[in-house]
Ligand binder design. Structure first.
Ligand SMILES: NC(=O)c1ccc[n+]([C@@H]2O[C@H](COP(=O)([O-])OP(=O)(O)OC[C@H]3O[C@@H](n4cnc5c(N)ncnc54)[C@H](O)[C@@H]3O)[C@@H](O)[C@H]2O)c1
Length: 371
């Protein structure tokens, strides 16, 4: 059954833009982006090696047929492309083409392409317009919305970047048909997160429909993506630069980043897989620190178990042994750590989250050891 396209608006003090969500909408991309395309004679299409033949190439043909001058740039798939080396190479290609201030950059891919493309757009000629076309579930519900852009460096992940909003986000759920289940499961972790941190009714909906979302059932998938985008749009509108409520989006992430850092940020552990495990640990921490009921924490864990997420740290990454003390050390270099105090997002109940600092290491350590 076909689901109608929907629009979610992101309303910020300096700008606003739409997120268009639909099924099979990429073939009529120009209908959704008429205003943005009109001003641009030149367009840069940035994608990765997996996504380029699937989704960027057909888009290139459409734009060519409209008489636009195109530069298609393809980078290797994976986190490695959020690097200085790739950033420099792509930027040099753009500047020597050359681009002008009206050149539009379209980032077609997952969170890696969105983060890299957004960062490049924010610095090229001090800022050129860009459109996000997210093709992973994680990018459709999280990374393409809100304007955080970044690359990684030796000192850590996402440490170099900017806040730079896209002109438009075009989400075609049909792209998810080619996305492996492992990647869809990783994206779903960010979906449940919105229920946990601010919408108890949506969490209840996830418990009932999570499997259908993973299976790609159209109505459920659209509802999950739209609700997530609305939640993120509202939070970003209230706090674009993360000086307050936006920090709640980091629920589960203090644990997740420590797990990812321990593995070395490679694809043995996807970001969303780390977040799913981080949500379990954040719920256990919340039971001990902020009154989340044990029953609510159990409900989350039962849901994650039912969808096939690993239950214990030993099952998270084949052949990798996590050591609790080492994970605590990773948290010390987390960018959310302030004046040496680790920051956690905890739940008072499902749907009510807050930031908490000053939790004793001994408590965090015991939670990690139990896991
Ligand atoms: N900016 C933000 O607010 C924000 C939020 C969360 C995560 N992130 C970042 O997002 C990145 C992770 O994003 P991701 O999980 O999308 O990873 P990704 O971009 O690496 O994509 C995952 C894999 O799926 C492939 N792929 C993408 N779309 C596909 C499709 N439709 N069909 C088949 N294969 C497809 C890619 O080639 C890649 O191999 C991380 O770098 C993380 O830091 C940013």
């Amino acid at each position: 059954m076909r689901v109608e396209s929907r629009r979610v608006s992101v309303l910020l003090p300096q700008c606003h833009y739409d997120i268009v969500i639909g099924s099979g909408i990429l073939p009529s991309f120009s209908n959704f982006s008429a205003v943005q395309l009109k001003a641009a004679h030149k367009i840069v299409l940035l994608s990765d090696e997996t996504v380029a033949p699937l989704y960027a190439a057909p888009l290139a043909k459409q734009l060519n047929d409209m008489g636009k001058q195109l530069l298609s740039i393809t980078v290797p798939a994976g986190e490695g492309s959020k690097s200085f080396a790739v950033f420099e190479r792509v930027l040099e290609q753009l500047l020597s083409w050359p681009i002008d201030r009206k050149t539009l950059l379209i980032a077609v891919g997952g969170g890696v392409i969105g983060d890299l493309g957004g960062f490049i757009a924010s610095v090229a000629l001090r800022g050129i317009p860009f459109i996000q076309v997210p093709t992973t579930l994680l990018a459709q519900v999280d990374s393409s919305v809100g304007g955080k852009t970044a690359i990684n460096c030796k000192a850590g992940k996402n440490l170099i970047g900017s806040f730079y909003q896209p002109e438009l986000v075009v989400i075609d759920t049909d792209c998810l048909e080619t996305l492996p289940l492992r990647e869809r499961r990783a994206g779903y972790a960010e979906i449940i997160k919105y229920g946990l941190l601010g919408d108890a009714a949506f969490f209840d909906w996830c418990v009932l429909h999570g499997q259908a979302v993973l299976d790609g059932e159209p109505q459920s998938l659209h509802h999950a993506i739209e609700t997530s985008c609305r939640a993120k749009a509202a939070i970003v509108a209230a706090d674009e630069k993360e000086s307050g409520v936006r920090a709640l989006l980091n629920l589960g992430h203090t644990f997740a980043h420590a797990l990812e850092a321990d593995v070395g940020f490679d694809n043995r552990l996807l970001h969303g897989e780390a977040v799913a495990f981080g949500l379990r640990l954040a719920a256990r921490l919340s039971v001990q620190t902020s009154g989340l009921s044990a029953a609510a924490s159990k409900q989350l864990e039962t849901h994650l178990d039912a969808l096939g997420y690993p239950r214990g740290l030993k099952d998270l990454v084949a052949g990798h042994k996590f050591v609790a003390q080492q994970l605590i050390e990773h948290m010390e270099s987390d960018k959310k750590t302030l004046h040496g105090a680790k920051t956690f997002i905890v739940l008072d109940s499902i749907g009510a989250a807050r930031e908490l600092r000053g939790i004793p290491d001994s408590l965090v350590l015991s939670i990690l050891e139990d896991a």
